[in-house]
Design a protein around this ligand. Structure first.
Ligand code: NAD
Length: 258
């Protein structure tokens, strides 16, 4: 028998970064749990494909072309999602980009690009979703996407790691501010996950790193997008009703912070 705390029937979710990888897997799992899912991504073709795949299974899903760096676009999709069902219960702020350069090689333009997407994009999403949840008055769950990069020194990942550390600070701060409205805010900090980001956007040297990364895990493998999606589902659902301001780490045990 399914565990009812994980049942999202009647809930409305917005997933950013839903065109591929972790975002697509998250949208699919939240839909499988019963939520109406609004899939948002700057990749219009990809996000349409995600929503089409979900509706083909009988789920309620819609695609939205959204650039999370543009606050007005984020506000518009939050408004559309809330108007459609009268509520917004879940935000999974997954959209993000990777950039690799050493500290000494990092250019200001790279820092701005990563910061705008990975931090400001999540900030816009959290602010607009939290406002909608407060206005509706039924509480909600916000899940941000950090990274295992915050738990270790990660060579070449200054911009990325700094933006994800900021996401964690945003998550904890917002959790303290909106808890009284019944809104929980938590972060997921995945380890190495096999997605388009790790197979397409990184350097050859980093792609070669997948095998050593697998060896670093007590479980002997790297992660799959579904491993992270299940962590998001847990935090989004009533199973995590007393969990806020926390970091959940689907990282295969590569890092074990207190
Ligand atoms: N793959 C990993 O090993 C790993 C590990 C830790 C954290 N993460 C984080 O998980 C999240 C998802 O990563 P992924 O591995 O699935 O990567 P991915 O590249 O497959 O997916 C990222 C998605 O975000 C979208 N996106 C990028 N910029 C956007 C913007 N401005 N507006 C809207 N959408 C935008 C992309 O189009 C893409 O669909 C990211 O935040 C990433 O930093 C990934």
């Amino acid at each position: 028998m399914p565990v009812t705390a994980y049942d999202l029937t009647g809930r409305t979710a917005l997933v950013t970064g839903a065109a591929g990888g972790i975002g697509r897997a998250t949208a699919a799992l939240l839909a499988e749990a019963g939520a109406t899912v609004h899939c948002a991504d700057v990749d219009e073709q990809g996000v349409r494909a995600t929503a089409a795949a979900l509706t083909a299974t009988g789920a309620a899903a819609r695609a939205h072309r959204v650039d999370v760096t543009a606050r007005d676009q984020v506000a518009a999709v939050v408004d559309t999602a809330r108007r459609a069902t009268g509520r917004l219960d879940i935000l999974a702020a997954v959209a993000g980009i990777m950039h690799s350069s050493t500290v000494l090689e990092t250019k200001e333009a790279d820092l701005d690009r990563v910061w705008n997407t990975n931090f400001k994009g999540v900030l816009h999403s959290c602010q607009e979703a939290a406002r909608a949840m407060i206005a509706t008055g039924t509480g909600g769950s916000i899940v941000t996407m950090a990274s295992g990069a915050v738990d270790t020194g990660a060579p070449g990942l200054l911009c990325y790691g700094a933006s994800k550390a900021a996401v964690i600070q945003l998550t904890k701060t917002l959790a303290t501010e909106v808890g009284r409205h019944g809104i929980r805010v938590n972060a997921v900090a995945p380890g190495w996950i096999r997605t388009p980001m790790t197979t397409r956007h990184t350097t050859d040297a980093q792609q070669q790193a997948e095998r050593p990364m697998a060896r670093m895990s007590p479980l002997g493998r790297v992660g799959e997008a579904e491993d992270v999606a299940h962590a998001v589902l847990h935090l989004a659902s009533d199973a995590a009703a007393f969990t806020t301001g926390q970091i959940l780490r689907p990282n295969g045990g590569v890092a074990m912070p207190w």
